[in-house]
Design a protein around this ligand. Structure first.
Ligand SMILES: [Zn+2]
Length: 416
């Protein structure tokens, strides 16, 4: 069902006042109608302050105003009754591959995701379907297939002309072909494996996969289409090669040395630790459930925690990523990443910035997402408490608005 219709019937069922528009309201391509969120305690993520009792007006999918003024006439009103309003969260490392998963992400308060690799260019399609309003989902940035030395089998279904690479991608011209194959399908990012994977029992995540020269070729090829590169890297050598070659972000970073962290800081590379997924590795159930991976995850976790602390001390741009498929058994959410950052020593506001403004900087979307300010996308989440006091409140959002449309409404939950 269209979430908008659900919202309308929900309001009618409760007998709440729904102002009837005298004229047909302005509709965006996504079908949002003007809304006023009243009695909202608005978190200013840049300033680290909460402005009490604000009215936030949303129109045509954008934030029109944030002020203590009354709601304008003829606009549907949602009373937040003192709940905290935060910017929609960004999950900068995801593997979403179904409508249900996209909906789960959105309903967890995530209004923008960067895909970090899926098969069959499902992320490109989900991006376009969510954008048109055909499905409920966050805004997507797609990345297609991992550029790695042995491509996923599915890559050959998507492009049989790559069949000569079934034995491995071994030369720089062939690496460039794989990048171009992704670009031809309209990806927004290129994802590479700078080291081997951690989530498969028989691969060593410390092992470097591409040389600096090879990664430089990938970065150059992507840049021809204005696309940047995210590098999966656990081991320090692979990460160093990727940072030197000019990738925009290092994903995971378990074994980052001081040398690698210093270079990351110097080059302005972002760090997306995906700490929560290593917790998932280390524990039974969830996305990963394998004894070898549980043991490995337990060994990796304290190292990654230290890497995050050393990165934070250096003032590196740290961005939150859940590294989950949002599948039916997934219990990882980007809200965990924020809470884990606090446990690792970040201030709550810095941890929230990792999932909002910092992510917007990495994605070069500061002018459209990451804060509650006029002109930005109407991507908002209401929480029962202020996440500055209790970050766990992020795990149970009460209201999610994406591009001005209500995607989840549980404001009747826990009502005093
Ligand atoms: Zn991943």
């Amino acid at each position: 069902m269209n979430p908008l219709h659900r919202r309308t019937s929900f309001l009618s069922a409760l007998g709440l006042a729904v102002a009837s528009a005298a004229s047909v309201p302005a509709q965006t391509e996504r079908g949002s109608e003007p809304l006023a969120l009243i009695h909202a305690n608005v978190l200013d993520v840049r300033g680290g302050r909460v402005a009490l009792d604000q009215t936030v007006v949303l129109r045509a999918g954008k934030i029109e105003s944030v002020s203590p003024a009354a709601a304008p006439a003829s606009v549907k009103v949602i009373d937040l009754a003192g709940r905290t309003l935060i910017p929609g969260l960004v999950d900068a490392h995801t593997h979403i591959a179904s409508f249900a998963a996209a909906k789960r992400a959105l309903e967890s308060g995530v209004t923008t995701v960067r895909s970090s690799g899926v098969s069959y260019f499902v992320d490109v399609s989900l991006r376009d379907l969510a954008k048109s309003g055909a499905i409920a989902g966050p805004d997507f940035l797609a990345s297609g297939y991992h550029v790695r030395d042995h491509l996923a089998e599915e890559a050959f279904y998507s492009d049989p002309s790559l069949s000569d690479l079934m034995g491995g991608v071994k030369t720089i011209p062939d690496i460039r072909r794989v990048v171009r194959m992704n670009l031809a399908h309209g990806v927004d990012w290129i994802k590479i494996n700078a080291t081997e994977r951690a989530g498969t029992p028989d691969t060593d995540p410390r092992k470097q996969m591409w040389s600096e020269a090879e990664i430089r070729a990938i970065v150059e090829e992507a840049a021809l289409k204005g696309v940047r590169v995210q590098a999966h890297a656990h081991g320090a050598e692979g990460a160093l090669a990727a940072v030197k070659a000019g990738v925009a972000s290092i994903e995971h970073g378990t074994y980052l040395t001081d040398e690698a962290l210093d270079l990351i800081k110097q080059k302005g590379t972002a760090f997306v630790p995906t700490y929560s997924t290593v917790i998932d590795l280390a524990e039974p159930g969830g996305d990963y459930d394998h004894p070898v991976l549980i043991l490995r995850g337990q060994a990796m976790l304290p190292r990654l925690g230290e890497a995050v602390q050393r990165a934070y001390k250096r003032g590196i741009l740290i961005v939150a990523g859940g590294d989950t498929s949002y599948g039916p058994n997934s219990i990882t959410r980007v809200s965990h990443e924020v809470q884990n950052f606090v446990k690792l020593g970040m201030t709550p506001i810095d941890a929230i910035r990792a999932a909002t403004v910092n992510a917007a900087v990495l994605l070069k979307m500061e002018k459209s997402i990451g804060a509650i300010e006029p002109g930005l996308e109407a991507d908002l989440v209401a929480t029962a408490e202020s996440p500055l006091d209790d970050p766990a409140t992020l795990q149970d959002p009460l209201l999610v608005v994406s591009n001005g449309r209500v995607a989840l409404d549980r404001l009747n939950f826990g009502k005093k």
